[in-house]
Design a protein around this ligand. Sequence first.
Ligand code: C5P
Length: 319
Amino acid sequence: KSFLYRLWKGNVSSKMLNPRLQKAMKDYLTTNKHRVRFRGKRNSKLTREQLLCELRDRVTVKTLDGKEAPFSDLGWEKHVPQAPLSKLYPQGLGSCAVVMSAGAILNSSLGEEIDSHDAVLRFNSAPTHGYERDVGNKTTMRIINSQILTNPNHHFIDSSLYKDVILVAWDPAPYSANLHMWYKKPDYNLFTPYIQHRRKNPNQPFYILHPKFIWQLWDIIQENTKEKIQPNPPSSGFIGILIMMSLCREVHVYEYIPSVRQTDLCHYHELYYDAACTLGAYHPLLYEKLLVQRMNQGIRDDLYRKGKVILPGFRAISC
Ligand code: C5P
C-alpha cells in the first residue's frame, strides 16, 4: 500500500519517510534547541471522542496580554488589543475554513467552497490573488511566524496580505515558556515590529501567541504519539486548526492531510519542491497530521478528493 493510502488510514510511522527526512528528525531530537523536557507519558490510546474532550479541556488559546514580566514593565498592557483573541467573537463563529498552503491545493477548484464559510484562516504569505479558483479570496485571519515580521522580503508593513485581517503572530520560545529568556533571545525579534505595527494600526486586531499555548499543543501531540516527536513547536497549520476549533462551531481543514493531488511542491504560490513541507522535518508535522486524521468526522471521499478534514468546534462537543 502507498504511503498516501496509509496516511489516510492513519497507519504510518516516521520509519517510512525518506532517509533524509529521518536523519533531519534525528538531528532535531539530538539538538533539542528549545530544551524540551517532556514529563508526561507517550502513546495514550484515546478514542476520537476522548481526544476531542482532552483538547477542549486542556487547550486554552492564550495571547500576550502585557500583564506578565517583562512585558508588564515595558508597558505592553496599553499596546495589546483590549479584547483578547478568545473574546473577539462573543457569540462564536459558525463554520470556518483553514486553508493550508500546500502545493496540492492547486487545481482543486475549492475556492468557492472555501469562501462559503463564515471565516477563513490562512497562513504566512500565502496569497489569494491569482489563485482564487483554488483557494478562494476571503481572509478573516492570518497566522504569521516571526520571520514574516522581520524579513524585509515579506514587506510586512506595506503588503496588502496583512491588512484588514486579524493577525496572530508566534515565535518559538523555550519549552519552559520563560518570558524573560524569550524576550532576550527570540528566534526572530518580532517584538519591535509588533509594537511599531500596534502604534500605527491600533484598530487592527493583532496578537502574539503565548508560548504556553504552543507548548501545551506540543505536549498533547507527544502524549498521543508512540514515537518520540521532534522537540520543536507544532507547525502554524496545527496551531491554526486549534485556534479555529476554539472559535468556531465546525472547522473544515483543506490540504493538511494530502489529497490525491499530493505533491512535493511545497507551497501553491512558489516553485520550490521539498517533501519536508508536507511531512515535516523541523516541525512534528507527520504526528500532527496523524492526530488530526484521528479526529476527522468528514467523509472519506472529501479526504481523498478535497484533502478535507472536518472537525467539531469545542463548543459543539459534549464530554
Ligand atoms: O509553510 P507554511 O508554514 O507557511 O504553511 C502553512 C501551514 O500549512 C504549515 O504550517 C503546515 O501545517 C501546512 N502545510 C502542509 N503541507 C505543505 C505546506 C504547508 O501541510 N506542503
